[in-house]
Structures are given as structure tokens and as C-alpha cells.
Design a protein. Structure first.
Length: 153
């Protein structure tokens, strides 16, 4: 019983620290690791360079699940699965957005390299999935038509 009480107290303490404006050590580490240049890049090639690569090689081992037509650009459901061994990161890029790099995910070793999320799309455009594996970059794309803009339109 004491073990559960300690876990509860630790959880409450962490939530209280966040509620009063504190941050947890993991959150601080993530903020310092933010790659500003990658999120400011406007084109796929510039995003890859800002992430430390020279070019992204097209790959059929990356599967993108997204609608052909998104009725609302404010919330487009996107799933990405990588069949590339040793996947380290998955990135989502939409060049026609104000910020081309939409999302960045770290894939811990031993976990399934798959992410599902919702993104904003300003207009119809290809959605690029960029995968970093073995310090090489791979890319796949899928066209998504947006019928109602999500980024201010």
C-alpha cells in the first residue's frame, strides 16, 4: 500500500509543479533540443539539410495514411509507418504551409516506427514523410486535396 501512496504523491507533485509554471527535466531537455532552422525552412530540401542530411532518398518502405480529400484543413488525419530498419525519427513536411516542418517525432529503439496525428494544411499539397534511419534520410509523399483551409482560410 505504501508503494502506491508514494507513486500517487509523486504524480500529484509533478502535476502541481506543471500547474504553477514549473517544468519537468524532460521538457527542458526537449526545449533545448528544438531545431529552429528546421522549423523555419520553407522547402523539403532545406528541412533535410537543417536536420543534418544532404538529401532524402525516395523509399517505398514508408507508408503514409491520409485522406485523398480533406474536408477541413484545420485537422487532417495523417499516419506514417516506416518499414526501414533502425528508424530514428519521423518528420512530416508540407511545403505550402507557413511552417513546412509540421511535426518531428523521435522513435526510441525497440518501438514500432509509426505515428498518427492531425496536422493543419493551408491548402492542397503533397504531404511528405521524412524518415531518418542509420543517419540517412528517406522520403515518401502523398497528395492531399484540402477543400476548406485550416491556416486562416
Amino acid at each position: 500500500m505504501d508503494r502506491y501512496r508514494r507513486e500517487l504523491l509523486q504524480t500529484v507533485a509533478a502535476c502541481t509543479a506543471l500547474a504553477v509554471g514549473g517544468t519537468l527535466p524532460g521538457a527542458v531537455a526537449q526545449q533545448t533540443a528544438w531545431n529552429k532552422a528546421a522549423f523555419e525552412a520553407k522547402r523539403l530540401a532545406d528541412v533535410v539539410k537543417a536536420l543534418g542530411g544532404s538529401t532524402a532518398v525516395p523509399s517505398k518502405d514508408i507508408v503514409i495514411t491520409a485522406p485523398d480529400i480533406a474536408e477541413n484543413g484545420a485537422a487532417v488525419s495523417v499516419g506514417i509507418a516506416s518499414k526501414i530498419p533502425n528508424t530514428q525519427n519521423i518528420y512530416i513536411v508540407v511545403e505550402k504551409n507557413a511552417t513546412a516542418l509540421v511535426a518531428a517525432f523521435n522513435i526510441p529503439p525497440g518501438t514500432e516506427p509509426r505515428v498518427d496525428t492531425r496536422i493543419k494544411m493551408a491548402e492542397s499539397a503533397p504531404v511528405y514523410a521524412v524518415v531518418r534511419a542509420n543517419n540517412q534520410f528517406f522520403v515518401a509523399s502523398r497528395d492531399v486535396k484540402v477543400t476548406m483551409g485550416g491556416c486562416g482560410g
